[in-house]
Ligand binder design. Structure first.
Ligand code: ADP
Length: 812
């Protein structure tokens, strides 16, 4: 094969794997178990695997598949009997590669749900607990119900995690064999479990395997999105007068916006202007000292501690600045946040306003992300910009990136329509290989060459004309745009020329599933932002396929891409909606050289080409240029991912250390041992008062854990500060990420000691009774409410994905 070197470089050879798995599947035979009794099927299933075994908590026998073709043959027959679906050979191949721990590429409509569920059966039979990870809870519940009968047959317990469940219900479901859940829900439970003070309160049970649906969206596009657990506390939002100040600033003179529209910088003149308006001496003064070393860290952690008997002078000073509401360091952050909100975030592109609230648009799915907020200051700044009631901020208690969450599973596999193009990232960040599974029926889609235009206006005009023309043929059309504003624009323009269309976007997601399932009817036009994770396929002629013949006759579903996405993989996700299971279909992309991908990817490069009367550029070199720009953008994203990964890795390593400490405190009497040794008199008094040992141990545990958790959340806030300060100083440094490492390691160094020291002080002061300890009495309040959200920290990248990208870019 001409591309063998390529596959080798990717760490995989699809041809080799394919041949092998085809042989196994052939052996599994469609009829091999057709006559078998239920008893025989269960017995054969048990014989085909080795169950993993533990003794005293340590693994003494590993689970594995002994006889692949036997296992597959049984599962195929059981799927047929219980689900009424006879798995295709290609689905069986998919299952096999999933059991080998690969990410499999299977097209839209090839039946990935069934292939994944069969793999879950294979893993569960080995005695492993499996999480089948979906992109949203709706799909988790749907798939659990749909695939349930197959699990029931084998006596494999299963269930789905969704938002509305109580902790007790969740705990029960987590203890089962196969658990379906949305990635963010699973992550939030990890975060909440990291706050428990009694082992019995833990909700999750450890899982052995993750089977990830839409693996590239989850593991690549959303890998760096942090899931956040926050507790209520007034935020550090820009005050009203800061918003006013920023509104009066002038671009170029007071601030600059970077070419890629990701960053905004205050100029010297801007800083002077702000200082004058606010009547302060310097925006930078204390910020520099306050943020550059462990002194700041100290003051941060001491500032809420009013016990402070022997604070040194500098710490006192800091506390005072804090009190007069706006330390200058904070002002600088607030101004930057307000500038960011004012100039880089656009209504209807990055967020919408509904019911007096700012709702984020999840860039990669083009719909409202209910659980997402920007980091507190930014969210409030946007609220202020829109003249809305500014909500209270919160205190970040803990956070976890999706990448780190995936890293917690000993075994990972997954499926997606577009894995190959994510091969680099999957290998580099997860050490996963990709297996390409051929389609069940060869793809018949016709992909037209891109139509490239000189300007966005010309492009849009051509898109509308094109849709009108195609509609005459009777083909249904799916129009994919880059963002919600663009969807609405296209819809308006279509309406003007008499074309009705359904718009799938953040504003009407309730109706979405229904709209999609009917999008394949003749002449239908459906406009949508990216389709990844929408999770329903478009059947020709409607859900019941009653108008199928007419649509097939017309040429099947036609996909129109408005602008190329920032990676070819995303383009293909959209294209892949047409031509499922060998259906006829076609696709074309309309591009302009003013599009983001071209502008960012081709920055600084001159393109000499003459447009025709309709603004179209037909030269071959133009097409090449667009491809080139997209490859540059892909490269940039990979770099950002790699750099941000380094940054997150450090936090993860530190978190692991804290978790180890937490486990020790939860499961042993370490806390009581330490505190009673520290204050022997008090310990004896308490014992003499007849308080049961158990109560004392639990009180000590709660004291220790309170301070450990508090210090950790302070540490996270400090890390944010360093990131911000490195970011704000426009990066004159050689290697900001090294600097970040140095500072964060230094600050982490004495975290545990400080937590213990404070716990001892608390123990000295605390009133402990037979009811335990009331930390609230001492002003040590646990957050009154906690909530979870996903941070879309890189809102400037309308393609979604890489959170913290804007910061990471500066790290490069
Ligand atoms: P994907 O996620 O790969 O796009 P789904 O898992 O949603 O696909 O399945 C798409 C459709 O194909 C579903 O309607 C499902 O019922 C159907 N399907 C899957 N496997 C089979 C099969 N072996 N035989 C018949 N229909 C199948």
């Amino acid at each position: 094969m001409a591309f063998d070197w390529f596959w080798k470089a990717m760490g995989t050879s699809p041809h080799k794997n394919q041949k092998k798995s085809m042989a196994v599947v052939a052996q599994a035979g469609a009829d091999r178990y057709r006559e078998a009794t239920e008893e025989e099927l269960r017995k054969a299933a048990a014989q085909s695997v080795v169950r993993q075994q533990f003794e005293d908590g340590s693994l003494i026998r590993e689970g594995k598949v002994l006889d692949e073709s036997k296992l597959l043959g049984v599962v195929r027959e059981v799927a047929r009997r219980t689900l009424g679906l006879s798995p295709f050979d290609v689905q069986m191949q998919g299952t096999l590669r999933l059991l080998a721990g690969d990410v499999v590429e299977m097209g839209t409509g090839e039946g990935k749900t069934l292939a994944g569920a069969m793999a879950a059966v294979g893993y569960a039979l080995q005695g492993k607990r499996v999480h089948v990870i979906t992109v949203n809870s709706y799909l988790a519940t749907r798939d659990d119900e749909w695939m349930g009968p197959m699990f029931d047959f084998f006596g494999i317990s299963h269930g789905a995690i969704s938002e509305e469940l109580t902790s007790d219900e969740r705990r029960d479901i987590y203890s089962r064999d196969v658990i379906f859940g949305a990635i963010n829900e699973l992550g939030f439970d990890v975060l909440r479990d990291q706050l428990i003070t009694k082992r019995a309160d833990q909700v999750r049970s450890e899982a052995d395997v993750a089977v990830i649906d839409e693996a590239d969206s989850v593991m690549v596009d959303e890998a760096l999105v942090p899931l956040v657990l926050a507790g209520s506390e007034p935020g550090n939002a820009p005050l009203g007068h800061i918003t006013e100040l920023v509104k009066s600033m002038v671009e170029q003179q007071h601030f600059l916006i970077s070419e890629d529209q990701r960053n905004v910088f205050l100029t010297d003149a801007g800083a002077a202007f702000a200082e004058r308006k606010l009547g302060i001496e310097s925006l930078y003064g204390t910020a520099d000292e306050g943020r550059s070393g462990s002194a700041a860290e100290q003051s941060r952690s001491e500032k809420k501690d009013d016990a402070g008997e022997s604070e040194v002078a500098s710490e006192k000073e800091d506390t005072e600045t804090e009190e007069d509401q706006a330390g200058s360091g904070d002002l600088l952050v607030q101004i930057n946040v307000a500038l960011h909100a004012e100039h880089l975030l656009q209504r209807d592109v990055h967020y919408i306003v509904r019911d007096g609230k700012v709702l984020l648009i999840d860039g990669s799915r083009g719909r409202v992300a209910d659980l997402q907020r920007w980091p507190d200051g930014l969210q409030s700044a946007v609220e202020a910009k829109e003249g809305l009631q500014v909500t209270d901020g919160g205190r970040i208690l803990d956070q976890l990136t999706i990448q780190a969450l995936i890293g917690m599973y000993p075994e990972v596999c997954g499926m997606t329509g577009t894995a190959m193009a994510a091969g680099d990232q999957l290998r580099q960040f997860y050490d996963l290989k990709v297996s390409v599974i051929q389609p069940n029926v060869p793809v018949q889609r016709f992909d037209e060459q891109d139509a490239v235009f000189a300007s966005i206006e010309d492009r849009n005009e051509a898109v509308v004309k094109h849709i009108v023309e195609i509609q005459k043929t009777g083909q249904p059309q799916l129009v994919g745009t880059q963002d919600v504003a663009e969807s609405e624009y296209i819809a308006r323009e279509l309406k003007k020329v008499g074309v009705e269309c359904a718009v799938l976007n953040a504003k009407n997601h309730e109706a979405e599933a229904g709209v999609i399932s009917e999008a394949g009817r003749p002449r239908r036009v459906t406009v949508s932002t990216q389709m990844a994770g929408r999770g329903t396929d478009i059947k020709l002629g409607g859900t019941e396929e009653d108008e199928r013949d007419a649509v097939v006759e017309a040429g099947g579903l036609h996909v129109v891409g408005v602008g190329r996405f920032r990676s070819q993989r995303l383009d293909n996700q959209l294209r892949g909606r047409a031509g499922r299971q060998g259906d006829p279909g076609s696709s074309v992309f309309f591009v302009s050289i003013e599009d983001d991908v071209v502008a960012v990817g081709g920055a600084g490069e001159e393109l000499q080409a003459q447009p025709d009367d309709e603004g179209r550029l037909t030269q071959k070199k133009v097409l090449n240029f667009v491809d080139h720009c997209q490859r540059v953008t892909e490269g940039q994203m990979l770099d950002i991912h790699a750099t941000t990964w380094k940054y997150n890795k450090l936090i993860k390593d530190q978190r692991d250390i804290i978790n180890g400490r937490r486990d020790d405190l939860l499961d042993t009497s370490t806390a009581w041992d330490d505190l009673s040794y520290h204050n022997v008199d008090k310990a004896n008094e308490l014992k003499a008062a007849g308080i049961p040992e158990e109560t004392l141990e639990q009180a000590a545990r709660e004291i220790m854990l309170f301070h450990l958790d508090y210090e950790w959340s302070e540490h996270l806030a400090y890390l944010d500060d360093i990131r911000e300060s490195i970011h704000l100083r426009a990066i004159a440094r050689e290697s900001p990420i090294d600097e970040f490492h140095r500072m964060s390691i230094a600050a982490f160094g004495d975290l545990a000691d400080r937590a213990v020291r404070k716990a001892r002080e608390t123990f000295d002061d605390a009133r402990i009774t037979a009811d335990g300890v009331d930390l609230g009495e001492l002003g040590l309040h646990k957050p009154s409410a906690t909530w979870t959200y996903m941070v879309n920290d890189n809102p400037l990248n309308s393609g979604g994905g890489s959170a913290m990208g804007s910061i990471a870019q500066l790290f490069r």
